[in-house]
Design a protein. Structure first.
Length: 313
């Protein structure tokens, strides 16, 4: 098992390097001249030359990439063009709302989706199964921003139960913090719940058809131990894989959700950076999200050592 863990950790190194190379290349593969776009229509040739020098576009690609990687190793993601502040500081200022939104969405989604998938598999072919699958299809079909606006209209504007926008830091109180993230988390989690519920149902149906499940039933074992102790444990590998892969949905959906609910997180910062063509900030945010995704998938791979004993050998 230790050898497997070491191999998986070492395998992330080339992945991180490839991600860093792609993120750095965004500045070079972007259409047009980034310096001219940033400078604007009223810029002089000297302004464009100065911006190109600031972005490092006047130096060879490999040399500039080596310098950029060296800066990354020292925790320096560069400086924002428009705010003239370190990208690291800008990300640090916005990281709490985004991580809070993703954490609450992840907990709520898994807590809802896994029981729904188990229930659908248990009641396969019944109206309960069809209702869960209909919800899953609906969750995949409706865009996040549509769900967000609908929830905001019903629960914030019409019923006045929850705030419609904004963010309250966790340090100001858990209750206010959770209230402001309830609607965004539900909107962001709909597609995630649908994905996990469908995979859970499919995996559970396959396991429930195994001989050892029929043997457990023949011995008079209760339905709950069969479902949640024997079946769910053996069906957990594809479920955990889906949870890890689904983090990409959370990252992409956070950009839309934060825009709909006016949450000052990394999603809003990403939109602002793209609109301003702030390339150093875009590179820093994309690299940060990519690194988080690599870490989550590494955690999923390491979780296999607990879920599947065959990996230990």
């Amino acid at each position: 098992m230790l050898a497997y863990i070491v191999r998986r950790i070492l395998s992330t190194v080339p992945v991180v390097l490839l991600v860093a190379l792609f993120v750095f290349s965004l500045l070079y593969i972007a259409p047009g001249d980034p310096a001219a776009i940033i400078a604007g229509d009223q810029a002089t040739p000297d302004d464009i030359i100065r911006i190109r020098a600031g972005l490092g576009l006047d130096r060879p690609f490999l040399i500039r990439f080596g310098e950029w990687v060296w800066q990354l190793l020292h925790g320096d993601l560069g400086t924002s063009i428009f705010t003239n502040l370190p990208v690291t500081d800008l990300i640090r200022q916005r990281i709490e709302p985004t991580l809070s939104l993703m954490a609450i969405t992840l907990v709520l989604s898994v807590s809802i989706a896994v029981p729904l998938g188990v229930l659908a598999a248990w009641k396969a072919g019944t109206w309960i199964d069809r209702a869960v699958m209909a919800f899953a299809v609906l969750g995949f079909s409706v865009p996040v921003f549509v769900v967000g606006y609908l929830l905001a209209y019903v629960f914030a504007l019409w019923l006045d139960w929850l705030p419609v926008q904004g963010y309250i830091p966790l340090a100001d109180g858990v209750g206010l913090w959770f209230r402001h993230l309830t609607l965004p988390s539900i909107a962001l989690g709909c597609v995630y719940v649908a994905l996990i519920a469908r995979i859970t149902r499919a995996s559970m149906l396959e396991v429930l058809a195994q001989d050892y499940i029929r043997t457990a039933r023949a011995k008079g074992l209760g339905q709950r131990p069969i479902l949640f102790v024997h079946a769910l444990k053996n069906a957990s590998v594809p479920i955990v894989t889906t949870i890890g892969i689904g983090v990409a949905l959370l990252i992409g959906g956070a950009v839309v959700t934060e825009s709909v609910f006016a949450i000052p997180g990394l999603g809003r910062l990403t939109v602002d950076a793209i609109l301003r063509r702030d390339y150093p900030l875009i590179q820093g945010i994309v690299l940060f999200f990519s690194f988080v995704y690599v870490l989550v998938n590494l955690a999923v791979d390491l979780a296999y050592t607990l879920l599947d004993p065959r990996i230990r050998y």
